[in-house]
Design a protein around this ligand. Sequence first.
Ligand SMILES: Cc1cc2nc3c(=O)[nH]c(=O)nc-3n(C[C@H](O)[C@H](O)[C@H](O)COP(=O)(O)O)c2cc1C
Length: 351
Amino acid sequence: MGIGISLAPLARAVARRGGIGTISSAGLHTLVSKRIGRRVDAREAAAIEVAEAKQDGGFIAINIMVALHKTFTRSILGAIDGGVNALILGAGLPTTLPEEVKTAPVALIPIVSSVKALKIIHKRWLERYQRPPDAVVLEGPLAGGHLGFTLADLQKEEFRLENLFPPIKEFAQKNGDYPVIVAGGIYYREDIVRWINELGADGVQMGTRFAATVESGASEEFKKAILNCRPEDIIVSDKPGSPCGLPFRLLKTSPGYQLALKKARPPKCNRGYVLKKDAEGNFTVCSAKDSCDDFCICNVLLSAHGYTDEEAPIFTVGQRAYLVDRILTVDELMDELLGVNESAPGPGTSA
Ligand SMILES: Cc1cc2nc3c(=O)[nH]c(=O)nc-3n(C[C@H](O)[C@H](O)[C@H](O)COP(=O)(O)O)c2cc1C
């Protein structure tokens, strides 16, 4: 979870309890440079963060978004330098990867929202790297952050996670039998048990619940906003929206969103992390000179982490964030999700 929500402290705590602790590479060089008081690039930042997350052992992944064009390759190389166990690649089709991944002992896990996207990635990776994905994350319409659906499709029955899952599972089974991990709206232990024991998923990816932990890098204001939100506060916006052009789920109470709605946001897009489409449909870097009806995705998320107060923050959450009523430690949350101290059968056991 970017920017700065899932860093080493969160990933390390999750991995210690047997989960896949996942670091976000978004803006990592900016955050690590400030933390260590020395300017580092995306490669060094990823290596430092991964090595720190691995200190108690366990399985560490890094989430790298294709849309983060400037740092994509160097984040991959740095994560490999740091000994990362898996690369989780989303926000675009990761059809090309650096040559080095061919020989690195690292699992390659794309995030998709359709079987079509999985087929494209699968074919290209076989051609280029002589290997299929090692697993795939299927992210459905209830997830937080950028969504791989149009606004209209988000509401359709055919795009519910339960309906997207069967063709993806079938394709993965027939083409190397790699695990399918589902994401978006998974909240309770019962959801995990249902997905793994009844619906046939091999794992789940959870965002919102871990954003609302003590170890998460979300600012206190962000955590408070999650605690206080109601279902009607959670919206998907595209106008104003993310400059990436993908619908984005957020709390409509987010100060940065309210400013963008009133067109009161001074353009300060100076980070250049992401690409946006210009009037001719070409991808360009956001610039402070642009007059832009979207919200800035880089500075507002840096604010949500507490890195800067240059721009008012925007808080992204999954659709079920209104269920959060307490900020837990990762240990408490993992106890709840694993059913520690419960006699009910857990995920992966035959019920
Ligand atoms: C605060 C937050 C930040 C997120 N940032 C990213 C990100 O940087 N890259 C990404 O691929 N997904 C991101 N996501 C999506 C999550 O990785 C996850 O797939 C999704 O939120 C799962 O749904 P849930 O929040 O209902 O558990 C983010 C989600 C949240 C809540």
